[in-house]
Design a protein around this ligand. Structure first.
Ligand SMILES: [Zn+2]
Length: 191
């Protein structure tokens, strides 16, 4: 913490509130507030500061109440804050990692849900295709039976027609034979 910065101040049970005893005023012209420095080498030193609680609006008024700590104490205080800062950074990093892991897990879950939905769609589509296939099979077997029946009817018809044709040929041949016989008998009678 540089000298120009406003110290990080906290209030204690016995060192708090506005300092109404002195006539000290902050740069806003307001009565100062009793604070304890809680940052850097001056940690633990009491001071009077700006009474505003919004840090961005605070003025830079600082009136130290306690004397400056011995150099060794200042060094120890600063070192302790460095350690605290390192711990904070590690904690932040760990939290960032954790958030990253949570986000990754959520993404994986979303992907999984999307895949499951897709699988359901596929299952529905597959069931429809299976039904369609069964319907086509039934239709095909029906048509095959019909075609066979038609073929056998046609075949029997053709057979019967052929039979009729043979009978007709037979009759014609008989008639021709009869005619020849009659002609021969006429010829023989005339001789
Ligand atoms: Zn002020």
């Amino acid at each position: 913490m540089s000298a120009s910065e406003v110290p990080e101040g906290i209030e204690l049970s016995d060192w708090r509130g506005l300092d109404c005893k002195s006539s000290l005023r902050c740069r806003h012209g307001r009565p100062s507030r009793c604070l304890l420095c809680w940052d850097g080498a001056n940690t633990g030193r009491r001071y009077l500061g700006c009474p505003l609680k919004n840090k961005s609006r605070m003025c830079r008024f600082v009136k130290w109440v306690d004397d400056e700590w011995p150099p060794k104490s200042q060094e120890v205080a600063a070192t302790l804050w460095d350690v605290v800062a390192q711990f904070k950074k590690k904690a932040d990093d760990a939290q960032t990692d954790l958030l990253g892991a949570i986000q990754l897990r959520n993404e994986v879950m979303e992907d999984k849900e999307a895949l499951l939905e897709e699988e359901e769609d596929w299952a529905i589509e597959k069931a429809a295709l299976v039904q369609e296939k069964a319907r086509i099979r039934r239709e095909l077997s029906m048509r095959t039976r019909f075609a066979r029946a038609s073929c056998s009817t046609l075949a029997s018809r053709i057979n019967s027609q052929e039979l009729d044709k043979k009978v007709l040929v037979g009759v014609i041949l008989c008639l021709l034979g009869l005619l020849v016989a009659m002609m021969l008998s006429v010829v023989l009678k005339n001789k």
